[in-house]
Design a protein around this ligand. Structure first.
Ligand SMILES: C[S@@+](CC[C@H](N)C(=O)[O-])C[C@H]1O[C@@H](n2cnc3c(N)ncnc32)[C@H](O)[C@@H]1O
Length: 299
């Protein structure tokens, strides 16, 4: 059975708000990339010994450069990268099994990063004869994945659609914390593209930064969020870790999902440990396109 996350939703304390304000000040001054690079470097130094020890415990696994783990979910070194990733994939498999046949399924992870999830999906999916694919827009990440992770077909996509696959190619496409780094226009374009590459009745599973991450909103952003709008914090490069989108469930239900009339929402979870404490959405593509009458019975 899928278990609810044991992570309790953080609250916004004064020191936390101060930290958010400092980040926003750095963003305005254009100093955020420098501060992030410094943070990455400090994390690498801090985790060096523990990462070495953890990697020695898994001699058959290849780990990405620690600095590329810092931008992913958790971002606390190899142990969280590996173990949270494995736990999340077990949750994902159970979620998928509730709605589709896993046997021989063709599955794509869009926005795979340094394979935190897909490396486990390749291994655990073998039991079902699953065929696993993964893409990201970051060329260095995809090059590393290709060289290090067996059992997955990796490809690069652009920041904008399309994906390099034909219509109806996959049974399931999932993304973990990818919409959280995109503009509103890109949400509509990518959800449509996700649906293009799944088969009729196929699944699109994605995560969003919903109510459980509301504490990260600045006071000035809260009214927009509460009004059901997407809150987007930009840095020059869309798709980057600091380009952050926050999704009130009202935005997803009232704006994003209605933009794809050929699909239905079939599950929304707010406490599944799949992408940290993000919301999880499961959408099913219609068996036949809207407006097409398969029986030819409509007048
Ligand atoms: C927070 S990381 C999540 C990585 C991975 N899904 C995970 O859960 O560990 C966000 C990922 O989305 C990727 N990304 C951002 N925009 C993208 C786009 N338009 N197409 C594909 N990948 C994208 C980034 O390169 C990054 O690897």
């Amino acid at each position: 059975m899928i278990e609810a996350s044991e992570v309790s939703f953080p609250r916004q304390t004064k020191p936390y708000l101060l930290r958010l304000r400092l980040i926003e000040l750095l963003r305005k001054l254009g100093l955020l990339p420098v501060a992030d690079e410094l943070r990455r470097w400090l994390t690498v130094v801090k985790h060096r010994k523990r990462d070495k020890a953890f990697a020695a415990l898994c001699p058959n696994e290849v780990f990405p450069p620690t600095r590329s783990c810092v931008g992913t979910i958790g971002g606390r070194g190899y142990e969280s990268y590996y173990e949270d990733g494995e736990r999340s994939v077990k949750v994902l498999l159970e979620l998928m099994a509730g709605h589709t046949e896993l046997k021989d399924a063709r599955v794509l992870e869009w926005g795979c990063g340094p394979a935190r999830l897909v490396r486990h999906l390749a291994r655990l999916g073998k039991d079902f004869g699953m065929e696993v694919f993964a893409t990201d827009y970051d060329d260095a990440t995809i090059q590393w994945c290709k060289s290090a992770i067996p059992g997955v077909t990796f490809a690069r996509n652009g920041l904008d659609p399309p994906l390099p696959f034909p219509d109806g190619f996959f049974d399931v496409i999932f993304s973990s914390s990818v919409f959280t780094h995109l503009s509103e226009a890109m949400h509509y374009a990518w959800l449509k593209e996700n649906l293009r590459v799944v088969k009729p009745a196929g699944l699109v599973i994605f995560t969003t930064a919903g109510d459980s991450l509301k504490h990260r909103l600045l006071p000035a952003e809260v009214p927009l969020y509460e009004a059901g709008e997407l809150v987007v914090r930009t840095v020059p490069l869309e798709g980057a870790p600091r380009y952050n989108a926050f999704h009130s469930p009202a935005f997803v239900r009232q704006k994003l999902l209605p933009s794809v009339p050929d699909a239905d929402l079939i599950q929304h979870e707010t406490d599944l440990p799949l992408a940290g404490i993000q919301d999880v959405w499961v959408v099913r593509k219609h068996q036949t396109p809207s407006g097409v009458d398969p029986e030819g019975t409509n007048p």
